[in-house]
Structures are given as structure tokens and as C-alpha cells.
Design a binder for this molecule. Structure first.
Ligand code: DQA
Length: 148
């Protein structure tokens, strides 16, 4: 059966390309989606790529993923540093989650050094910009293949 990966993007990531390009680069979320689609085709993965500015919607999608996806790649945006609800949603399902950030959160403000997602994710990629997304797909595929 085809491995299914849910790629979730949190608040303000819809503005990528124009939002603080000195931090997040010039690549839009649409371009990132396309690069994920290309990498998924190369790797034989099925992907669903989504963005939401709403914490509860992200929680709903994570919960629902336990029935319909084999893995989740999550860039929770600012909710990374605040959301016990998203951490608990991930902790409530067996689906493995890979945490992703465009920027190196550990080089930035102190409040970004704490990640609730890291407490429940199997791994984390940060600081590689848009290139982190296709790398995350390769990493989660390797993880799922190894678990087979
Ligand atoms: C981010 C880092 C977060 O601290 C920030 O709030 C974001 C984006 C990243 O991809 O680098 O919105 O998750």
C-alpha cells in the first residue's frame, strides 16, 4: 500500500515568500507544496499538504490523521512554542510526527528555543529553509520503511 504523509503548516506560513524574507526566504508556500509534490512522486509517497492559522483545526487534522495517514510532517509555526493542545494531540495518536521549521529556532529569540512539539516528535529538521520540506519527506519515508 502507498505510504501516506500529511504535511501540516501552522499560522502565518500562508504568507511565506513575503513574510520576513530575511528569516524565512523568498519561497512561497505554493512553491514548497510543488517541491513536496515532486519529491513525493519520486519517492512513491502520497501526500496531503495543508495550512491553517487555527490551533483547533490543526488539532482536528492531527487527530483525524491517526486513521488516514502513516506519518505527519508538522511545521506548527508559533504554536510550536505555546501549544500544549497540539502536543497532546500528537501524544494521543500512534502516527509518527517529524517536526519541521524553516529557520533555526535555536539561533533566534529565547522564547523560540522551547518546542512543545519536540517533546512528542521523533525528530526535527530546522534551519534549512524551504529545502527542509523535501528532506523531511525523505527522512519520514526512511523512518517508516525501517519500521516495516
Ligand atoms: C517557524 C519558526 C517559528 O518560531 C515561527 O513562529 C514560525 C515559523 C519556522 O518555520 O521557522 O511561524 O516554525
Amino acid at each position: 500500500m502507498t505510504t501516506r504523509i500529511l504535511i501540516l503548516n501552522g499560522p502565518n506560513l500562508n504568507l511565506l515568500g513575503t513574510r520576513q524574507p530575511e528569516v524565512y526566504g523568498h519561497t512561497s508556500l505554493t512553491d514548497i507544496h510543488q517541491s513536496c509534490t515532486d519529491t513525493a512522486a519520486e519517492l512513491g509517497l502520497m501526500i496531503d499538504f495543508r495550512q491553517s492559522n487555527h490551533e483547533g483545526e490543526l488539532v482536528d487534522w492531527i487527530q483525524d490523521a491517526r486513521h488516514s495517514f502513516d506519518g505527519i510532517i508538522l511545521n506548527a509555526g508559533a504554536y510550536t512554542h505555546t501549544s500544549v493542545a497540539i502536543m497532546d494531540a500528537i501524544g494521543s495518536i500512534d502516527t509518527p510526527v517529524l517536526e519541521l521549521h524553516l529557520s533555526n529556532i535555536h539561533q533566534r529569540e529565547t522564547f523560540r528555543h522551547t518546542s512543545y512539539i519536540s517533546k512528542v516528535a521523533f525528530g526535527m529538521i530546522c534551519g534549512l529553509g524551504a529545502a527542509g520540506y523535501p528532506l523531511a519527506l525523505r527522512a519520514i519515508k526512511a523512518r517508516l520503511d525501517a519500521a516495516k
